[in-house]
Design a protein around this ligand. Structure first.
Ligand code: HEC
Ligand code: HEC
Length: 310
């Protein structure tokens, strides 16, 4: 009932109050046992007739009991809208959280004041970082940060291949604010021949396909359309300097692939683009600063940095 507020709170309370009042009115107006013990006069199913008898007293007492019980219950336990919500399970839950925060706050405060490089070699901090990673990051990046399912688009965090940069501050920025690398969809810009040309050229950069007429033509397309983000030689945005790194365009000349190196996957990616509006493919690193708080993000950044610095 934590988020029951405003209109819905009043609505729920109104329904409950109305229900109870209605029962009371029915009971009070029937205080005097009505019924004269006579036959009602109508006949169903050929022989079935009905006496007008009062309800048995014990039956009436049960009704009274349920109404009084309901009022008593709602006076003591949560149930009547937000009234009493400070008791019971909701209160226990918020108390637990407050207690845990109070207990660990000073610890994370201390970590937060330690610079990331020092923290990355602190065994206790890394043990905490590892636990946090297992809870919040492993489902995408794999339990050891090795990148999870192959070609699913979740980067390996244990190598020295970075989309945005592997220095502690950049890693922290990636975690705190999230990342959403965006690539133009080329389906409307290039024809299918050109897309195949440039896909083969990209594959030739990591020796997956031999040089050919196609890759020559692809090279020209690459220079015109792709070099802005992936760099003139395809070595990725970060290779062009820090101010380009935020584009997140990967190095296309190595053996590390987010989505896979087969021709079909590459053609699909070029045609549909990434995170670029309707029809494009999507993939995103969530932002964690608001959810986890700066202290935990700091510890996680140090831990992730330590993974690649073995
Ligand atoms: C829902 C899946 C998902 C979760 C959960 C997730 N990530 Fe990511 N992460 C991604 C994706 C996708 C990218 C790549 C984003 C891009 O290409 O623009 C990424 C990128 C990163 C990067 C940048 C890597 C680089 O090469 O520059 C870091 C660092 C990172 N994540 C750390 C974390 C940490 C730490 C957590 C847990 C707090 C976490 N991630 C949780 C999906 C996820
Ligand atoms: C606006 C910048 C931008 C342009 C222009 C661009 N890309 Fe990309 N490209 C990216 C980003 C960012 C990603 C990573 C997307 C992600 O993280 O989900 C990417 C991913 C890729 C991938 C997937 C790499 C992998 O590891 O799986 C390929 C292949 C690729 N681009 C090829 C191209 C080609 C070919 C062109 C030109 C026709 C091109 N890109 C133009 C930004 C760009």
């Amino acid at each position: 009932m934590a988020d029951l507020s405003g209109f819905w709170n009043v609505y729920v309370m109104g329904l409950i109050a109305f229900g109870l009042l209605f029962c009371l009115v029915v009971l009070v107006t029937n205080l005097k046992a009505s019924g004269d013990g006579k036959l009602q006069g109508h006949v169903w199913d050929e022989t079935l007739q009905e006496y007008n008898n009062p309800l048995p007293q014990w039956w009436m007492y049960l009704f009274w009991f349920t109404v009084i019980f309901a009022v008593g219950y709602l006076a003591i336990f949560p149930g009547f809208g937000t009234f009493n919500q400070q008791r019971g399970a909701f209160r226990e839950y918020t108390d637990e959280i407050a207690k845990a925060n109070a207990k660990y706050e000073p610890l994370f405060q201390k970590y937060q004041e330690t610079d990331l490089l020092t923290l990355a070699s602190d065994a206790n901090a890394n043990a905490t970082g590892k636990r946090l990673f297992g809870t919040y990051c492993a489902q995408c990046h794999g339990s050891l940060g090795e990148g999870g399912a192959p070609n699913a688009g979740f980067p390996n965090l244990t190598d020295n291949d970075w989309l945005y940069g592997g220095d502690p501050a950049t890693i922290k920025a990636s975690i705190a604010a999230g990342r959403r690398g965006s690539m133009t969809p080329f389906g409307q810009v290039l024809n299918s021949e050109q897309i195949e040309d440039v896909a083969d050229y990209v594959r030739s950069l990591s020796n997956l396909t031999p040089a050919s007429d196609r890759t020559d033509k692809g090279q020209a397309v690459f220079a015109a359309q792709c070099a802005v983000c992936h760099g003139p030689d395809g070595r990725g945005a970060a290779s062009m300097g820090a101010s380009f790194a935020a584009l997140g365009a990967p190095n296309l000349t190595d053996t590390v692939w987010l989505y896979g190196s087969d021709r079909e996957t590459i053609i699909k990616g070029i045609t549909q683009g990434r995170n670029a509006g309707p029809g494009s493919l999507t993939n995103e690193m969530p932002a964690w600063q608001d959810f986890l708080g700066e202290g935990k993000v700091h510890v996680l950044a140090a831990y992730v940095y330590s993974l690649s610095k073995k």
